[in-house]
Design a protein around this ligand. Structure first.
Ligand SMILES: [Zn+2]
Length: 358
């Protein structure tokens, strides 16, 4: 299986379906800042009284997956370097401290850095948990309860898998509107176009859209069968050993696309299931996708009714003391292709300014 994935990913790198490791302008600038001593100056500047929330997804290499390569945030060695670096320089917040901060019950005096991980992939248990545990640092893991222990690909990985294994170089869709994607122009671009439609098109019949991609790519029902999400026992082990857990809904829908009743069901069911499995109170949620239009006032009303105290988005911005909405706590993306120099410059500028400079 591994050799087959390696062969497929070699082909995918050549066809542009795996993110390029070529250095971006931001990476080159960050390397220059680090090489000329700018990072040490940034680390010594006065810090804001703010909460900086970093958002990871998968840990590993994009070339390891048959699914969406965009999901990778760090290799295990990069994550360990990042945790060690932050711990030596900044205060790493716990989820309880973050809740007290947004509720105005405490100030952090300096910047607090909260480490969060979305979706509950098994690689979070395999790689992130041992690293955080070794360094005695709390991470917060947002779990989709319907994915626990699952080997089924979630919608974003399904779309990626179908594009990667397409039998046709031209993918011609008739739903939700006529669209032709030429995979020879780049599989990653085609994948991102389809993900964008899924995430942003209101009233999209999502099952019909997935069937349409399967038809147009000629991929049918082929699916990998290895377990990709952590199971209940693994999550319980993490929770019992210093990790915080929050909800990422039950089935990872775009909440704002659902009726108020269904939104309440999604956030209530996942909370109840996690509380039952773990024997702890679940007080936090991360919105699936987390863009400004991924949640709405009905979502926030549902969170209030279900008893959540804090909810995290994923579209940047600052969490300054006294000015942070408890149901829209901002988070910042960590990307595997960023590299550690860019990670350090982004994190240290966020500690000074409240959000990364670039
Ligand atoms: Zn997610």
């Amino acid at each position: 299986m591994t050799a087959a994935i390696d062969r497929m990913n070699l082909h995918l790198r050549q066809s542009g379906a795996v993110p390029s490791s070529r250095k971006s302008k931001r990476q080159r600038l960050a390397s220059l800042i680090a090489a000329t001593g700018g990072l040490r100056i940034l680390e010594r500047l006065p810090q804001q009284n703010c909460l900086v929330v970093l958002n990871y997804h998968r840990i590993g290499s994009p070339s390891d997956t048959v699914g969406d390569p965009n999901l990778y945030s760090a290799t295990p060695s990069d994550l360990e370097e990042q945790v060690r670096w932050i711990k030596q320089r900044y205060h790493i917040s716990t989820l309880d401290e973050a809740i007290a901060f947004v509720e105005g019950k405490t100030t952090l005096r300096k910047a607090g850095i909260l480490l969060t991980f979305d979706d509950g992939y098994k690689d979070n248990y395999d790689y992130a948990f041992p690293i955080l545990h070794k360094h005695r640092v709390e991470g917060t893991f947002f779990i989709c309860t319907s994915y626990l222990g699952s080997s089924q690909l979630p919608w974003w990985d399904q779309i990626a898998f179908m594009i990667k294994t397409s039998r046709n170089s031209k993918v011609v869709l008739n739903y939700p509107e006529p669209l032709t994607l030429d995979l020879d122009d780049g599989k990653l671009q085609a994948l991102n176009r389809l993900l964008c439609i899924y995430k942003t098109k209101h009233n999209l019949d999502k099952d019909k859209f997935l069937r349409e991609i399967a038809r147009s790519t000629g991929t049918g029902d082929e699916r990998p069968c290895e377990r990709i999400f952590m199971n209940k026992a693994e999550l319980k082990e993490m929770s019992d050993n210093g990790m915080a857990v929050g909800s990422h809904t039950h089935s990872h829908p775009l909440l704002s696309h659902l009726s108020p009743e269904l939104q309440l069901e999604e956030v209530s069911l996942s909370k109840q299931m996690l509380e039952q499995d773990l024997g702890i109170e679940i007080q936090s949620l991360a919105y699936p996708v987390g863009a400004p239009d991924s949640f709405n006032e009905h979502t926030q009303e549902a969170l209030r009714r279900a008893g959540y105290r804090i909810a995290f988005s994923f579209h940047g911005g600052k969490n300054i003391a006294g000015k942070t909405s408890c149901y829209n706590v901002r988070r910042h993306h960590v990307g595997v292709t960023d590299g550690n120099a860019l990670f350090k410059v982004r994190t240290s500028t966020a500690a000074v300014l409240g959000a990364p400079l670039f």
